[in-house]
Design a protein around this ligand. Structure first.
Ligand SMILES: [Zn+2]
Length: 202
């Protein structure tokens, strides 16, 4: 019952983001269930402070606003520190906005950081608070580096961090599901579960 209420609240609360044309929904499900064993994809770090936990409120291709999206929403109080999930170079940054809400008209007001990785993939960190970006276009960032503060700017009813990765395949940008380092190893995250950012021992 509690889980159902939470799911309903979250369904009402969330919407954002852009749509990918080829959602790879089935593949993502199999990956989440661990049914695809051979996986050499990059393992991302959770994009928040080491030792802290956050609830995944929407996972890949969930029924509500991520229907066609390979994106993850982490529930986060406004002003929560956001950390780079992977090394890269900042290629886009917006931080001046201060508006957000559950209406498409707010989409243009999203503050965000986009980081390009060495293999050409890009990660987006969305809905940051006003002035909640500590990096500039051209900056090199390292995994685990503090890059900003979460918020609810743009198309978002409640504070959260929307994280997504795109890959360019034959000229088309496509959102792709990614693995994250969790205390149980490299996992595809699932909705309504908590994940603690616990770094692997050196
Ligand atoms: Zn989202």
């Amino acid at each position: 019952m509690k889980k159902m209420i939470a799911a309903i609240i979250l369904m009402v609360a969330f919407a954002s983001c852009s749509v990918s044309k080829d959602p790879q929904r089935k593949t993502a499900r199999l990956l989440q269930k661990g049914k695809i064993k051979e996986d050499t994809s990059w393992v991302y770090h959770l994009p928040y402070k080491e030792g802290t936990s956050h609830l995944v409120i929407q996972g890949y291709f969930s029924r509500f606003s991520h229907k066609n999206r390979a994106a993850i929403d982490f529930k986060m109080r406004k002003g929560t520190e956001v950390y780079a999930a992977r090394d890269g170079v900042v290629i886009r940054m917006v931080k001046h906005n201060n508006k957000g809400g559950w209406n498409r008209k707010y989409r243009q007001y999203a503050n965000m950081i986009v980081i390009q990785h060495s293999d050409g993939t890009r990660a987006g960190y969305w809905h940051l608070k006003q002035d909640g970006a500590f990096v500039n276009v051209g900056d090199t960032v390292r995994t685990g580096e503090l890059i900003g503060l979460s918020g609810k700017t743009g198309y978002s009813a409640t504070p959260h961090l929307h994280f997504m990765v795109w890959k360019n395949t034959n000229g088309n940008w496509q959102q792709v599901p990614t693995r994250f380092l969790t205390k149980k190893g490299a996992k595809y995250l699932r909705p309504l579960r908590w994940y603690r950012n616990k770094q692997a021992p050196e």
